[in-house]
Design a protein around this ligand. Structure first.
Ligand SMILES: [Zn+2]
Ligand SMILES: [Zn+2]
Length: 200
């Protein structure tokens, strides 16, 4: 299982950064999670990373905010038959693709889904902005098995003790307390931005 950060507020050389998040999950099928805030930048980064849009089977949108949906239209021009999973589609965990589950929509005002991906080391949780609260997402994801890692936007998450048993902590995008997380969990912390790859 491999995930590539395609879009983030920060980028490695050769890639475009922008306010938003997107990553590609390569499990049995290729799944794009979120699309950043700009279609132009999204497609540019996919090309630079040698990812063919046509090879992507499904797009999962975490929640209906422009910094996660912005690139969807441009992407669909290149791959108009991709399956699309919106958070409004279902309210409980479902399997999106073999080994890849959605938590289902969580939260009140802002409905958001996160992904739980099976890996050899345990489950990897992938979040967009974590508006429902990362602690709620973790709690829901634990119903699907032991969590090995958490990747994505953590937003204002500050209950850092909830990350204690998680071995890989990779916050990016809208995370406000990155510095504090790194200080508290220096061994588990992994810095990521567009272009980084996690293989498990
Ligand atoms: Zn958001
Ligand atoms: Zn966001």
């Amino acid at each position: 299982m491999k995930i590539t950060i395609v879009y983030d507020n920060e980028a490695n050389p050769g890639l475009k950064s922008g306010w938003g998040f997107s990553c590609l999950i390569e499990a049995k099928e290729k799944i794009l999670f979120d699309t950043g805030d700009s279609g132009e930048n999204l497609i540019y980064n996919l090309r630079q990373l040698n990812i063919q849009p046509e090879s992507i089977a499904a797009v999962v949108i975490s929640h209906n905010h422009w910094d996660h949906t912005g690139g969807l239209k441009e992407f669909l021009k290149l791959k108009n038959n991709a399956k699309i999973f919106h958070p409004e589609s279902f309210s409980k965990p479902i399997e999106i693709s073999p080994g890849v589950h959605s938590t289902g929509a969580l939260g009140g005002l802002i409905k958001e889904q996160s992904l739980v991906v099976n890996t050899e080391k345990g489950n990897l949780v992938i979040t967009g902005c974590a508006h429902p609260g990362l602690e709620s997402i973790i709690e829901k994801a634990r119903q699907l098995g032991t969590i090995y890692g958490v990747v994505g936007g953590f937003h204002g998450f500050s209950k850092l003790e909830k990350l204690q048993e998680i071995e890989l902590i990779a916050p990016c995008h809208c995370t406000q307390y990155t510095k504090e997380i790194r200080q508290k969990y220096p061994d588990q912390f992994k810095e990521i931005k567009a272009g980084n790859v996690i293989e498990l």
